[in-house]
Structure formats: C-alpha cells, structure tokens
Write a protein that binds this ligand. Structure first.
Ligand code: ADP
Ligand code: MG
Length: 256
C-alpha cells in the first residue's frame, strides 16, 4: 500500500523508482512514497537486496532516482546538503585521521572557527563515552566505539535529518544493544537537535525497539507494503506482549 505524500513532511519521498542499469531492465525500486515527520524516528525495513541502501543514498542526494523525487522541507534534493547527515553500516572512518579529526570531518562545511570545532568534537566524543580516545586512531577502537565516532561525526554539524544505514548490523548483539539504548537517549536529549531520523534495517526487533513508525518494504523491485505506528513508550521491553505482537505482525508482512 503506497500512500501519496502530502508535502508536509521533513523528508518527502514521492514515487521514487530506481534502476542501476542504463537500459532499465533490472528494476531495484518500483515506486516508493513516504514522509518523515518532525521529531520522528522512522525505520524502513525490508529484505536484504530490496534496495534499502539505494533508497537511503537517494534521500541523501548521493544518487538520483530514475523516477519520482525526494524533497527536504519542500525543496528537491539533487545533491548532498548540510542539513542531512549519513551514518554508514561499516562506519566509514578515515584510518589516517585520529578519532577527533574524524569527528571534525563532520564540521568541514561549518563556518565556525577551528577552536570551536575542536571544542564541539571533544564534547561529542565525551558524550559518546570516548573521552581519552580523542587522539588515537580508529584502529584501536572496537566496532561499537567506531560507530560512536561515526555517529558523532554525523551529528557534529547539527543536521536536521540523520540517515542511518543498518548502523548496528556490523556489531555483535551485545554491543549493538548498548549502542541502540544510547542512541535513543542521545537523540532524545536536548543537546542534539536532529528533527528526523530515517534508519534502514533488516532487523525487525531493532526497528520495533527504536522507531515511532516503520515502513515495510517488499522484495525487489521494492514498494511500500505497510506502514506501522509503534506507539510504545521508551525504553521498550522486548518481551512485552505489545512488542512481540508488532514484531510478529511485521514478520507476517515481510513474508507475504
Ligand atoms: N552500484 C550498484 N550497481 C549495480 N547494482 C547494484 C549496485 N548497488 C546495489 N546493487 C543491486 O541493487 C539491489 C539493491 O541493493 P541495496 O540497495 O544495497 O539493497 P539492500 O540495502 O536492501 O540490501 C541489489 O540487487 C544489489 O545487488
Ligand atoms: Mg544495504
């Protein structure tokens, strides 16, 4: 069920379709429409290979859709813009830069002076539990710590929209659990002013734990199969009846 967008969202994805091949023989995304709202954590869930990373790269302005359009506050996204940041599945840290230099990369386009950049990056690393690791290199960090640097870099410039591509899927489950809980805490703290989060994932429990709404995608060529409101208070109990029932409901949507 693809719903038309009203244009009132922070991000509006409107009839986006995509082919990688120029001959347009292998459709990856059929037609996808949805909106992200103010103060919303939105997840997009779908099977592996259905085009989630592709969709997120389109929203980020890194690639152009073959059909349809994406807008940020009503303006079409045709290239990356400072209001939208990206968190990568494999962290994408630069190994030749120290951890604080990696966070400062997120401030490259900011017009603040280098002293303020340093202060901000230091404060963020501290917030993310990485005090003492400022001047070491990513290779000394565990996966969870690397992703904290990746997230700190993404939010350093105070973006309005945070796009996350399976940000926990390269981590072991224990580390992922801790980081998920921290993310919920960070994104809701007044220190961070992200208006809208869009996370893609193939992990149903993760989507139900973190999201306000969940967009369920079909197999490739993908389209929107269902949109679920979560409506449970944080922190969510993975063993509660409500939680388990929504998880089951989404598994059913995915397997139909
Ligand atoms: N650069 C590319 N060139 C050609 N095909 C690609 C490229 N990137 C991804 N694909 C194909 O597009 C489909 C969707 O990929 P992707 O967006 O990575 O899916 P997901 O993130 O949901 O696993 C897959 O079949 C994948 O093989
Ligand atoms: Mg992917």
């Amino acid at each position: 069920m693809a719903t038309a967008t009203s244009g009132a969202g922070i991000i509006s994805v409107d009839g986006v379709g995509f082919y990688y091949d120029p001959k347009r023989e292998f459709k990856v995304i059929d037609s996808i429409s949805f909106e992200s709202r103010q103060k919303e954590f939105l997840s997009v869930i779908g099977p592996s290979g259905c085009g989630k990373s592709t969709l997120l790269r389109i929203v980020a302005g890194l690639i152009r859709p073959s059909a349809g359009s994406v807008t940020y506050m009503g303006n079409e996204i045709t290239e990356p813009i400072p209001e939208i940041s990206f968190v990568f599945q494999d962290f994408a840290l630069l190994p030749w830069l120290t951890n604080i230099e990696n966070v400062k990369m997120g401030l490259n386009l900011s017009r603040i002076d280098s002293y303020s950049k340093e202060l901000r990056a230091r404060k963020l690393l501290k917030e993310f539990g990485l005090e003492g690791f400022e001047d070491s290199y990513p290779n000394v960090l565990s996966g969870g710590m690397k992703q904290r640097v990746g997230i700190a870099r993404a939010i350093a410039s105070n973006p309005k929209v945070l796009l996350m591509d399976e940000p926990f899927s390269s981590l072991d489950e224990l580390t992922a659990n801790t980081l998920r809980a921290d993310i919920v805490y960070f994104l809701r703290s007044k220190y961070i002013r992200v208006s809208s989060v869009i996370m893609v994932t193939h992990n149903v429990e993760e989507a139900v734990e973190l999201s306000d709404r969940i967009i369920v995608l079909s197999d490739k060529p993908s389209r929107v199969k269902a949109i679920k409101d979560v409506g449970m208070k944080y922190p969510r109990d993975r063993h509660s009846k409500e939680f388990l029932s929504l998880v089951e409901d989404i598994y059913t949507e995915l397997s139909e």
